[in-house]
Design a binder for this molecule. Structure first.
Ligand SMILES: [Zn+2]
Length: 259
């Protein structure tokens, strides 16, 4: 699942292809907006908010998309055939480029003035210019009995973390994922580290939290279930956390992150 850094890069690619250009084609393949037509409007900009994408167009409209589990925006020269078939949910194109949204988990068209309807619930954006660690901590503290692992994925607390950054951040801080938020002493240290990890990865594909870009060495615990911890040698554990039917993967080292 794409996390905040991947969405940030997607926004940058969409800006490069669409900003300042007049749309020559818009094709919404979702029932709700099937008749919408943005042809003739200039795209102003695309910004990311956590894992959400907002593409603002002339006339006070915003296209809101979310990649969810495995969505993507594919960008290609205008007119070229793009793979995706019946998985395509949205096409935005100008005379030079086309952006094709494949398997998008969310496609909305709304007034720019009403963006808060779709992103207003989000906590501070880890990669936003207005990142505010104190506000993220304040929001985390609202649910002292929640596990820190679940609280970090709750985008209402802070926006941009998925399962990879959750696992890596908690490992690096030595925190057992099921510890209560109220029992985590240095929440500011946790959110500041998460921000640093996302920021370090926002300009390139892949997730490197170890500082070592070689494929087998990029993470501490994520993708390493059953392998020895790079710090203490304990086998990395793998489990799931979250409410029933919403469980998400968690990896941790029982030696470095004692319960
Ligand atoms: Zn360890």
């Amino acid at each position: 699942m794409p996390e905040g850094d991947a969405v940030y890069r997607t926004a940058a690619r969409l800006r490069g292809a669409l900003d300042g250009q007049v749309l020559t084609r818009s094709d919404f393949r979702v029932p709700r907006h099937a008749t919408a037509d943005l042809t003739g409007r200039t795209v102003l900009e695309t910004v990311s908010r956590g894992k959400h994408l907002l593409t603002r167009v002339e006339g006070g409209l915003t296209v809101h998309t979310h990649l969810r589990m495995d969505g993507s925006w594919q960008i290609a020269p205008a007119g070229r055939r793009v793979a995706g078939g019946d998985q395509v949910r949205l096409v935005l194109a100008n005379s030079r480029w086309q952006a094709v949204g494949v398997r998008l988990g969310m496609v909305d068209l709304l007034k720019t003035a009403e963006e808060s309807r779709v992103v207003g619930h989000l906590g501070p954006d880890l990669l936003g210019d207005d990142w505010d660690p104190a506000e993220a901590v304040r929001r985390l503290r609202r649910t002292p009995d929640a596990t820190i692992g679940e609280a970090l994925l709750d985008q209402r607390n802070l926006a941009g973390i998925g399962t990879i950054y959750r696992a890596e951040t908690l490992f690096l801080r030595g925190i057992w994922p099921w510890r209560r938020v109220g029992d985590v002493e240095d929440l500011e240290g946790v959110v500041t580290l998460a921000r640093r990890l996302l920021d370090a990865n926002k300009l390139h594909a892949g997730t490197v939290t170890t500082g070592d870009r070689r494929p087998a060495n990029q993470t501490w615990v994520y993708g390493r279930a059953g392998r020895p911890c790079r710090r203490c040698g304990t086998r990395i554990s793998r489990g799931e956390m979250g409410a029933q039917s919403q469980e998400r993967l968690i990896l941790w080292c029982g030696g470095c992150q004692p319960g």
